[in-house]
Design a protein around this ligand. Structure first.
Ligand code: ADP
Ligand code: MG
Length: 464
């Protein structure tokens, strides 16, 4: 069957057409069309996504992106194959394409006003073409993105469970545990017929950020460092430029999550504060502790400043940043304190205008190390706790090189590691098509109806 998929949850307008077959048992796909219009340049002056502008751009771009995709897949606006192509001998050869059989659209989570643009557009098309609409969860899409490609063919591999997914983007930081395929639960119909009680797998969110998403922290810290939006790739580039040099200076300090899975590292895992003191001077460890404690306790700004000032006089040139929540017993994250720590660090150094390019790079490195250590450490802990066999890392931040290399270390030989290709790490409509197909075949089996089309609503805070 052919699935047209639409993604407008944030600042990317995506429309793809996938030829899908194999059902839930052995799903395989061919990309017939894939078009993504990124609004990054429009949002640069605002240092982040400006929702009203994003909504307007989606409205403007959706017809353009659809047009391009229909053309690529050789379909007309009436959802018919284009005129038969002439064969080499001049004979009439029917086009390989039939029409679109279903439309998958992201209905959450994301910016509601942006989601609505995609949903309204999809509803109109579904009515016009008389095909079913498949409400698709953006996060399920990110999980499935690791199997996709932006062109050619691909298959969904059989997953060894338990599988853990670390979903990291501008809007989310979640650890999701999957133990078995989802069973349709008729007791939980949500969209009158198009139930979300199914999905591809049973999802259990075992940990998530309590405040900012990690991608958001990257973007905000980049802004503090006078780097353009989106900040992730910019910070990462600066960090890489000094990582090698810095590693030599602070040899032991360069965190290796591998240690957690070795028995000698277990002690460290139990009291992670040792992680930072084992290779630091007393003074450095003290400063780090002061900063961590200052943030853990949500102190007043004055209190926090006092501590920082004291710490500052102890060691003026230190660029150490805290690793928030590393000591917590759960799998949750927090990045807003880390972000604030960078703000104060920059202020303590005399403001960004007085910071040399070299120091800026070092701050970028320290921030990237701190953020990634939190992700890697909690993931390693979850792998051990749940005896995880497959690790999926997806979402925009999964494009980070350092994260990938650290994840390779903690999964080596034991856990299968899956990352999306660079093209599919950020938001895209291919992943929505994959998730859409898997949900469609499940629901079609149950005799899903089309009534849900009219009830479909944008759900900004949708959960897995
Ligand atoms: P969302 O779904 O929240 O819009 P995406 O999945 O498109 O987000 O991811 C975008 C986020 O990924 C941005 O915050 C961006 O800074 C971050 N990002 C992209 N590349 C990298 C990288 N190499 N390192 C860290 N963060 C990155
Ligand atoms: Mg996303």
């Amino acid at each position: 069957m052919k699935i047209l998929s639409i993604e407008t949850s944030c600042d990317d307008t995506g429309v793809s057409i996938l030829e899908a077959k194999g059902g839930v048992k052995s799903p395989s796909f061919r990309v017939l069309a894939n078009n993504l219009n990124s609004q990054v340049n429009i949002h640069i002056p605002y240092g982040g996504v400006y929702p009203v502008l994003a909504k307007r751009e989606h409205a403007k771009n959706l017809p353009i992106v659809l047009e391009a995709s229909l053309k690529q897949a050789k379909l007309t606006h009436d959802n018919k194959p284009v005129a038969p192509i002439r064969g080499r001998e001049g004979s009439q050869r029917p086009s390989a394409s039939n029409g679109i059989d279903a439309i998958a659209v992201t209905y959450g989570p994301g910016l509601e006003m942006c989601l609505w643009e995609g949903i309204t557009f999809a509803k109109d098309l579904a009515k016009k073409w008389k095909v079913p609409l498949i409400p698709t969860n953006h996060m399920e899409g990110h999980i499935l993105s690791v199997f996709g490609k932006d062109k050619g063919t691909f298959k969904i591999q059989k997953l060894q469970t338990p599988t853990l997914a670390l979903l990291i983007s501008g809007g989310h930081t979640q650890l999701v545990l999957m133990k078995k395929p989802a069973r349709l639960n008729p007791a939980r119909p949500i969209l009158s017929g198009w139930s979300r009680s199914g999905g591809w797998m049973d999802y259990e969110i075992i940990g998530e950020t309590l405040d900012d998403a990690v991608g958001e922290a990257f973007d905000k810290v980049a802004r503090m460092l006078d780097l353009p939006y989106p900040g992730g790739p910019q910070i990462s580039k600066l960090a890489e430029s000094v990582r090698e040099k810095e590693n030599k200076v602070f040899r032991g300090r360069n965190f290796s999550a591998e240690k957690f899975t070795q028995s000698s590292g277990r002690r460290l895992a139990e009291s992670p504060q040792n992680l930072f003191s084992f290779s630091l001077t007393k003074q450095q460890a003290g400063l780090l502790r002061e900063r961590s404690i200052a943030q853990a306790g949500e102190p007043s700004i004055a209190n926090f400043q006092q501590k920082i000032m004291r710490a500052e006089s102890a060691q003026k040139s230190s660029l150490l940043l805290p690793r928030p929540m590393l000591r917590s017993k759960n799998f949750d994250f927090s990045f807003s304190g880390l972000k604030t720590a960078v703000l104060y660090l920059i202020r303590d150094l005399g403001g960004i205008k007085n910071i040399s390019e070299e120091t800026k790079s070092k701050i970028a490195l320290e921030f990237e190390n701190a953020a990634m250590e939190c992700l890697v450490y909690k993931t390693a802990k979850a792998i051990e706790t749940y005896k995880v066999k497959t690790l999926i890392v997806a979402g925009g931040v999964s494009a980070n090189k350092y994260l990938k290399s650290e994840m390779k270390k903690i999964t080596k030989h034991k856990v299968k590691l899956l990352f999306p290709t660079k093209e599919l790490s950020g938001d895209n409509s291919i992943m929505i098509g994959i998730a859409g197909y898997l949900n469609y075949v499940k629901l079609a089996r149950r005799g899903g109806n089309k009534k849900g089309v009219n009830n479909l609503k944008a759900t900004g805070g949708l959960r897995l």
